[in-house]
Structure formats: structure tokens, C-alpha cells
Design a protein around this ligand. Sequence first.
Ligand code: FAD
Ligand code: SF4
Length: 505
Amino acid sequence: MTLWLLGTQLDRTAASLDEHDRVLLIEASGFADRRPYHPHKLTLVFAAMRQFRDDVRARGLTVDYRQADTFAAALDAHFDAHPGDHLTMPRPAAHGAESRLRALVDARGGTLSFVRNPTFLLTPAEFDEWAESRNTNDPDTYRMEGFYHWMRRETGVLMDGDEPAGGEWNYDEENRETPPEDWSPPEPPSFEPDATTREVASWVDAAFETFVDSDQAAPFRWPVTRDQALSALETFVDGRFAEFGPYQDAMVEGEWAMSHSLLSAAINLGLLTPMEVIDRAERAYEAGEVPINSVEGFVRQLLGWREFMRHVYRRSMPEMADANQLDQTAELPPAYWTGETDMACLSEAVGHVREHGYAHHIERLMVLSNFAMVYGADPGKLNEWFHQGFVDAFHWVTTPNVVGMGSFGTDALSSKPYAASGSYINRMSDYCSSCPYAVSRDTGEGACPFNSLYWTFLRENEETLRGTGRMGLMYSHVDDKDAAEWDALEERAATVRTLARQGKL
Ligand code: FAD
Ligand code: SF4
């Protein structure tokens, strides 16, 4: 009897570790030959697996750590050593993984069963029970907000009896502040790589073509062990949590982390369970260390968004991966790889990805996805870019976030696109003041590229978007523009597209 854990299932607290003869970990590196991933992502995944191996062995348990190109090759070796073995695995999140893995095991004369995956709060059956009590075709009932209220009630998190703690379900109104000019957040935690992690980083450098060369990236700093992940959680709670809420949507030049937790990669790898992070957040609130708007905003991300994304993805695949309701087909502009653009906002956000394999939520949604969407990029190509560039990116989480939310490839996750002009970025950041483009102008040389792209995007997609939820105000502005304004907007948008394609924007 073997417990087979994937590299995204490194849950050291799993009681079932002790209930098996051995733990099987397969370090299958062939995937990294096929695409140029960020070197921090590869180092993080492989180092976390090797650290987990050493940690579990130190507890006296047997770990078979198999390095191979593919799962198939490693399973050949496993079943040579343990013919007819029965394997158990926490239910994987990637679409089709269960059947693929089971077929590999069956073909080698073994058996594979799946158990609850502790890196998510709900089993598929539990989510489906909620979903089936809703009309899944009715956007008002099959939405994250309703699910989140249900989760609060089910789990009792941030509840005062039947009422939400503090009296409101949602404190978004208080969470759209921009910090004062002299503000800077405490330095985010940095974990000095030990010998194991250094060895992985050198191997990654030598063996793979990567998203950026490692000397163009910042020094590797991500937590790769459970102890480091717990320490990252404590550092967040002590130093940045209180300001997480108010500055959740803000962007400040030179501040890649703001007051975000930076915990997504640790949670997605299983180093922290979502419920222990939620519990810690709730305790900080109960101890009076963080205000309700910060704790509620944070809890909503994990109890609501993360879980909702995982299950909507599961229920919407395989269609979601190729969804493209706006029929957008452009390649991503080269600036997404080089970071070379005069647009201060895009240069900053791509720079964060190149340096850290990370950008915070609003950069992901309102800069990187927003620009790609109004520019006309293919959602699948944007999804692929996110998948390669981010340390926390796995198919179950990028596909709904990028194709659904960021590109409006499907309306499964939001009733309208997250499209905005430069004025949104100007309101939420200090980027525009140092940008050579003029955010106040829509047309002509030097006008903010976001503006003409935004208006022409709305016009080009009018048939799909005009009738969708909450687009009325935007289309009233579209209707106010006369023919001469549209000519100038079209001309500027065409120039912006050409310059972007040529890497000269
Ligand atoms: P915080 O802002 O501190 O939030 C706390 C936690 O909530 C995160 O650690 C994460 O676990 C969870 N969370 C918040 N929002 C989401 C969400 N929409 N979906 C899933 N979990 C969420 N998240 C990933 O984990 N991996 C991705 O590859 C990823 N790609 C994204 C792409 C786009 C276009 C968008 C709009 C969002 C994406 N997200 C992704 C969601 C979110 O942006 C990140 O989880 C968050 O920015 C990670 O930083 P943090 O840990 O500092 O998060
Ligand atoms: Fe971005 Fe436009 Fe502002 Fe420049 S002016 S930072 S391109 S929104």
C-alpha cells in the first residue's frame, strides 16, 4: 500500500502518511523541457518536493523518490519493485488527471484510488450539492458571492451566530484606498535557499530553457518547506495583514508585494492548508490585531474565490480551456516576455513577473489581463503565458482566472468583462504620473494606449457585451461619441496595436 503524492500535494499534516507502507513521490521533469517556465517556479516545485521527501524520511517513514522524464517511466520502476501494488492519492485538481493516472497504473497491473484532497476545503460532491441547489444558468444564484455566504454559514468562519461578523458580508467599499505618498509596506519574507534548494536551482539553470534567465530574476526567496511556509504566514499576519484590506487593489511603483500575503504558492503546493490559513486570520481578528475589512477581504479570497474557482473549473472543463466568446485571436505583444515598453503600468507588472514569478491580484487582473483583452489577445495564449511565468500557476487555477475572469472567454465567472481604461489605473496607482503616455488623452500620439483600446474593444464587442450585466453605463458613454471621435479612436487603437506588435509601445 503506497500513498502517491503529487508535487502539489505536499501536505505534511496528512494523517494518512502514517497509514501506508511508503510514500511515493515522482519528480517527472519532462514537462519543463516542453515549455519555458519561470526558473523560480521550477526551483520551487522541485525543491519543495525534495524538502518534503527529507522531512518525511526524518519522521522515520519510507519515501520512494523517483526521478524520471515522465510518470510512466517512474511507475514502470515502481511496479517492478512492488508488483500489483495498491496506490492511494488525494484527488488531483487538473482536468482529466484522475483518468490519465488511473490508466497508467492499471496498465502496470496496479490499482489506484483517490481520497479527499486536503489542499481544498470541499470535495467535488460537497460543492456539487451546493451548485445543484442553485440554477447554474442563472448568474444571480450561481456566483461566487452566494457561494461565499454559504461557505461562511457552513464553516462558521467570521460568523456571529447567524449574522456575519461586524454586521456586513463584504467590506469592499473600505478596501479601495490608495496609500499615502510616503507609505511603504514591511519587507516581505525571504527564505535563504539551503543546500538542497541551491542544488535544484543550479540544475534548473543548467537543464532548462526558462521564462527569464535566472540572473535576470531576483534572488529566489519563496518558502519551500512547511516551517518556512508557517513562518511566511506569521510574517504576513504580524506585519502586513492589517493593511491588506485597504490597499488590496492599490498599485505603487517599485512595490511588487504591497500588503498581499504571498502565500498562494505555498497553499497550492500543500505546504499550508487553506483552512489553517483561514483559522489563523480569524484568530488575528479575534485578538484585535487586524480590522474586519482586512480579515474579511482575505478570508473571502480563500473561503470564496479559491474554492469557487477550483470547482467551477472542474465543472466547466474541457470547454473552459478553449473558451473564447469574444473570438479574440491576437498573439500577445512581445513586451509580455521582454518587459520592454514605455507603458509604466505594463512595464512594472511584467517586471514583477520576470523578477519574482509573481504579480499581485490587481496587476494580474487590471493590468496584465485587461491590456491583453482590450488589445484582442487570444485567451488561451494569455493562459499559457500566466502558466509559464507565475510561481503559483497550475491549470486548475490559471484557466478560470485567466480565461474566465481576466479574458471574459466565458461568462461562467463574471457577468461582465474586467475591462477598464487608463483612468482606473490612474485611480488605483501612482504609475501614470511617471508614464510618458498621457492618461488624460484618448487619441493622438502620446495618448494612453489603454484608452483607445478600451473604447474600440467595447464597440467591436457590442453585440456580446451591450446586453450583459452592469454594462449600461459604459455603453451610454459609447453612445455619446460622434463619428469623428470614433475615427480618431480607431486610428489611435490601430497605431497602438501596430506598435505593441513591433515591441515599440
Ligand atoms: P492574496 O492577495 O494575499 O490572497 C490570499 C489568497 O487567496 C491567495 O494566496 C490565494 O490562495 C487565494 N486567492 C485569491 N484570489 C484567488 C483567485 N481568484 N483564485 C484562486 N485563489 C485565489 N492564483 C493562483 O494561486 N495561481 C495563479 O496562477 C493565479 N493566476 C491568476 C491569474 C489572473 C488573471 C487573476 C486575475 C488571478 C489569478 N490568481 C491566481 C488569483 C490571485 O490573483 C492570486 O491567488 C494572488 O494574487 C496570489 O497572491 P497572494 O498569495 O499574495 O494573494
Ligand atoms: Fe498605464 Fe496609461 Fe497610466 Fe501609462 S498613462 S501608466 S499606459 S494607464
